[in-house]
Ligand binder design. Structure first.
Ligand code: ADE
Ligand code: ZN
Length: 340
């Protein structure tokens, strides 16, 4: 598979935090505009590397620099345009009403601005975008339930899912069952970060208590054969983010990452960028990781995109349209049996 074929491979993203897409240069500009010192999170034009808690603090500090509707519309448009140029035709972005509020923006105004940026990217580049409202685990159970009630409000443009993000070591999955029930009853798709830092027990408890159709990361499930069998049998989709896992030290080397083992165990897998500039990655780089560092064939990479479309939080007609675009893009690539 040549670099050119990888560039033209149709791609989709299910796991990306909107505020986590801000480039260091943009954060530096916003900081200068608001007179904020960000030398604690940026060095030499890049995000400083650190552990998970350090990352979460940097994420909160950078997010607080995006304060207006224009800021959010432009952040959204810019990211979607960038991944469309990498071959993506569908993206789901995590949006956080708590981060918007902390930056001084009412959540409904924030969603409206993000949706406006998504509409512009869709018009300019054809990329479809949906929004997943997240509750942030380390902000507490009440905040996560408030985020779920907000997500369940009618008339939020492009919002089609609810998720749980933040520090997985805080609280137990069952603490968030009510939030997930509220969101599920409102017809939203459900996803939860689990098995990113915590081990297989946390993944099992998350599946039991929150009943998400997708798991953010889920990679540490690989440590438990019985759990892997369950994930494969139940068709739970894993939103795997290798670059994030490597940057945050979950795995010591590219070869140690379990992406290939998850695929071989029969799990339904997608690849995603999480917070790309924080982890010096991109959606295309994640697909390239799968090919170059894990030795996965082009057909497997195409399967990630197919799985993302199957698991997307979209209505029936949109899914059919995405499937048609996926098949057309593969045909244009001349992809089929033997093209590995
Ligand atoms: N919020 C932003 N990025 C995150 C991650 N990788 N895990 C949990 N919460 C997050
Ligand atoms: Zn994430």
């Amino acid at each position: 598979m040549t670099p050119d074929r990888l560039a033209r491979l149709p791609k989709a993203e299910l796991h990306c935090h909107l505020e986590g897409t801000a480039s260091p240069a943009l954060v530096q500009r916003q900081a200068a505009r608001h007179g904020v010192d960000v030398s604690d999170i940026l060095a030499d034009g890049a995000y400083r590397r650190g552990d998970f808690q350090t990352f979460l603090r940097a994420y909160d500090r950078a997010s607080a620099l995006f304060r207006t509707e224009e800021d959010y519309a432009e952040l959204t448009r810019t990211y979607l345009a960038a991944i469309a140029a990498e071959g993506a035709f569908h993206a789901e972005l995590f949006v956080s009403p708590d981060h918007a509020r902390a930056a001084g923006l009412a959540p409904r105004t924030y969603i409206g601005a993000v949706a406006a940026g998504a509409a512009r990217a869709e018009a300019d580049h054809g990329i479809v975008c949906r929004l997943i409202v997240v509750g942030v685990r380390h902000f507490g159970v009440a905040a996560v339930e408030a985020a779920a009630r907000f997500a369940a409000e009618p008339g939020l443009p492009r919002v089609s899912g609810f998720g749980l993000a933040g520090d997985e070591t805080v609280g137990r999955p069952a603490d968030f069952a009510r939030a997930f029930a509220i969101a599920g009853e409102a017809g939203l798709g459900l996803t939860a970060h689990a098995g990113e830092f915590a081990g297989p027990d946390a993944v099992r408890e998350t599946l039991d208590a929150l009943k998400p159709s997708r798991l953010g990361h889920g990679v540490r499930a690989v440590e438990d054969r019985e759990l892997l069998r369950r994930i494969a049998a139940e068709g739970v989709v894993l939103e795997v983010c290798p670059g994030s896992n490597l940057a945050l030290g979950v795995y010591p080397s590219p070869a140690a990452h379990p992406l290939r083992r998850l695929v071989e165990a029969g799990c339904r897998v997608t690849v995603n960028s999480d917070d790309p500039p924080f982890f010096a990655t991109s959606l295309a780089a994640e697909y390239a990781f799968a090919r170059d560092r894990q030795g996965l064939a082009e057909s497997v990479l195409a399967g990630f995109t197919r799985t993302a479309i199957e698991a997307a939080f979209v209505d029936k007609d949109t899914r059919r349209m995405l499937e048609e675009r996926f098949v057309a893009a593969l045909l244009a690539l001349g992809s089929g049996p033997g093209s590995d």
